[in-house]
Design a protein around this ligand. Structure first.
Ligand code: SF4
Length: 397
């Protein structure tokens, strides 16, 4: 069905609200609905975004809004004003007494989620489907900054592993498992991947990424596999060139926080072990020289620092060819900031609208944004697709 632009914008705004507030529901509501069978389950390979633990019950990962088909990530929060209800096979969302989503349809389970690699690992744990043909590969589901007491205060990677690692059988991945999984997916319309993970001891990231790139090339037969390497700022900038030589087409180095003093407090490990914020900026500059304009991304946790500071940093970076990405802060279970609150939906909406204007001012396109980001379905992606007139439907539906 064709919708007017205002209706689509309203739908994205509703998505923004539901993402910020989460969804409240009875934990048994999905019983018999086909989660992990016909409908795609949430695989907690990196950060769990649910406010409460649910070790033995699988939840669906994504639902689509009826107007525009926008993907919405399911984040369980029993304090949310948005309440998911069920009548028979029909799911719908109410807020107060008003039905705000008449018909919730969940994303189908990708075919490869039922497959295994030659050594018996579940492919769903190797690469997660993030929509619009994007795969997210988390080679390690732990971060060694935790042992040093210097992990980022918003992050719950190690808590997620402790909670779901064994339950969902999520382990470190080897290069061959990744190569086989990507080959299986790239036969089926997937066309972009991101490789990420927590900090590894002794910063041996480059070696892992080179091995992974070689395995992907061997199994897919593609020299160029449209991949983003997500890495920390290195002590030796020359190592950035090695990711490019290995075959990655884009690179991401996530600063998280722009204000330099807050960066030291919120990201102590990233600050102290990687040469301070100055080195993160030097790294991004070098990455643009090596990979090219808008082939470099830096994600910011939006909602921790003041809005004007965040937006100032984003505009400076975008003007220099870096895709600065606002990622809504959703306070994570098990993080040091658990119990805090993210700003309200209007705050986040203003950030997205202003970053959208920055992208338009400097010429960032949806395709560039999609090819530099792991999740191509954030509110900012939807806004850019809408303004470019790109068909919004997720290809799996
Ligand atoms: S570097 Fe920070 S954000 Fe990344 S995994 Fe470690 S603690 Fe989490």
């Amino acid at each position: 069905m064709a919708y007017a632009k205002e209706q689509l914008l309203d739908s994205i705004y509703l998505k923004n609200e539901i993402q910020v507030e989460g969804l409240s529901f009875d934990e048994n509501i999905f019983q018999g609905a086909g989660i992990s069978k016909t409908l795609g389950e949430n695989v907690n390979a990196l950060f769990t975004c649910d406010r409460h633990a649910h070790k033995e019950i699988e939840f669906p990962a994504i639902f689509y809004l009826p107007v525009g088909g926008y993907r919405v990530h399911i984040r369980w929060n029993n304090q949310s004003p948005f309440h998911l209800e069920r009548e028979g096979d029909r799911f719908f969302i109410v807020k107060g007494k008003e039905v705000v989503v008449e018909d919730v349809s969940f994303a189908k389970r990708p075919g490869y989620y039922a497959k295994q690699t030659s050594d018996g690992a579940d492919m769903r744990t190797i690469a997660q489907d993030y929509g619009y043909g994007n795969l997210f590969i988390v080679y390690s589901n732990e971060c060694c900054l935790k042992d040093k007491g210097k992990d980022c205060l918003f992050c719950n990677i190690n808590a997620t592993k402790a909670l779901y690692g064994e339950e969902q059988n999520i382990q470190w991945k080897n290069a061959n498992q990744i190569g086989e999984t990507v080959a299986e997916c790239y036969k089926n319309k997937y066309s972009h991947l991101t490789v990420s993970g927590g900090f590894v001891p002794e910063r041996r990231e480059v070696d892992y990424y080179v091995d992974i790139a070689e395995a992907i090339q061997e199994h897919t037969g593609q020299e160029s596999f449209n991949g983003t390497a997500c890495v920390g700022a290195p002590n030796d900038l020359n190592s950035i060139d090695l990711y490019k030589e290995a075959g990655f087409s884009t690179i991401a180095t996530n600063m998280e926080i722009w204000n330099s003093k807050l960066f030291e407090v919120i990201c102590p490990g990233k600050s102290e072990l990687c040469g301070g914020q100055k080195n993160w900026l030097e790294t991004l500059k070098h990455e643009v020289e090596v990979f090219g304009k808008f082939k470099v991304r830096s994600t910011f946790v939006s909602g921790i620092e003041p809005k004007e500071s965040l937006l100032e940093g984003m505009e400076i970076l975008v003007s220099k060819g870096v895709i600065a990405l606002p990622s809504q802060w959703y306070v994570n279970y098990g993080s040091a900031l658990e119990g805090h609150r993210t700003p309200d939906p209007e705050w986040h909406w203003e950030v997205f609208e202003r970053v959208h204007a920055i992208y338009q001012k400097y010429g960032v396109t949806w395709e560039q944004l999609r090819n530099a980001t792991a999740e191509p379905d954030l509110v900012i992606h939807d806004l850019l697709r809408l303004s470019e007139g790109v068909d919004v439907n997720d290809f799996l539906e």
